[in-house]
Design a protein around this ligand. Structure first.
Ligand SMILES: N[C@@H](CCC(=O)N[C@@H](CCS)C(=O)NCC(=O)O)C(=O)O
Ligand SMILES: [Fe+2]
Length: 232
């Protein structure tokens, strides 16, 4: 996103600790939801104040909305990388909390949203453009969620791995506490992505992961963009 920084922070930021202030060195914040171990990302443009939120979670949507307001940002889009099975999206609630915000998901997901995007589409906020999509929705999808492992492998190799090696790669989840890596690190050291396509598909087809705990209510809710009105 370039070496930009937010301008002078609004007064409320001065009451915050150095942890949040340190986020102001780059126009992005990484936030965590501990039950599903989901990371949500806020990307903002310091000049126009336009912002996007990637993979918001229902339970932490009020926190995210508060942060958007405190940073003096205008949230244009609440983007879902896919129709999640392990948490309910916060995008429906954020539309209510932050008027003007549109929910976004891939058309191939079949889920409801204000805006459906396809491979090659761009999301613009301020001076920035974001989004890389594979032939199917990719995000952090796994075989467990009906994603084709072969498509995932080719998408990562042909899209993400063509980005510069020092490009930062942020996870949608991490269950061990890691927060960031690089394209070069993933390309050379990722134990799955350094396999051949055939080996990768075999491994993914045999993960035998347990069913996500929230799947039975998360998927139906996410097909409707989560919760549409603020909870009391
Ligand atoms: N315990 C969690 C597990 C949720 C889950 O299955 N997560 C997937 C990623 C979903 S986007 C995962 O862990 N994949 C691991 C892998 O090795 O691919 C829950 O019940 O929600
Ligand atoms: Fe997930």
């Amino acid at each position: 996103l370039g070496p930009t920084s937010f301008p002078s922070p609004p007064p409320t930021l001065d009451q915050r600790g150095p942890g949040l202030r340190s986020h102001l060195g780059l126009p992005r914040c990484q936030m965590f939801e501990p039950v599903s171990c989901t990371y949500t990302y806020l990307l903002g443009d310091r000049e126009s104040r336009e912002a996007v939120l990637i993979d918001p979670v229902l339970e932490t949507a009020p926190r995210d909305a508060q942060l958007v307001k405190e940073l003096g940002l205008r949230l244009l889009y609440a983007v879902n990388t896919h129709c999640h099975a392990d948490h309910v999206t916060g995008s429906g609630l954020l539309r209510s909390l932050l008027p003007g915000c549109q929910s976004v998901i891939s058309r191939l997901s079949g889920a409801q949203a204000d805006l459906h995007i396809e491979d090659g589409d761009s999301i613009r906020f301020g001076r920035f453009v974001s989004w890389v999509l594979g032939p199917q929705e990719e995000g952090d999808c796994t075989k467990q969620q009906g994603c084709c492992a072969k498509t995932l492998y080719h998408s990562v190799h042909e899209k993400i791995f063509t980005l510069p090696g020092d490009c930062l790669v942020y996870p949608a989840h991490d269950y061990r506490g890691f927060t960031v890596s690089t394209v070069e690190e993933e390309r050379t050291l990722n134990p799955r992505l350094t396999l051949s396509c055939e080996e990768f598909v075999k491994l993914m087809d045999n993960l035998n992961l347990p069913k996500p705990q929230q799947i039975d209510f998360a998927v139906p809710a996410n097909m409707r963009c989560g919760v549409q009105t603020p909870t009391s």
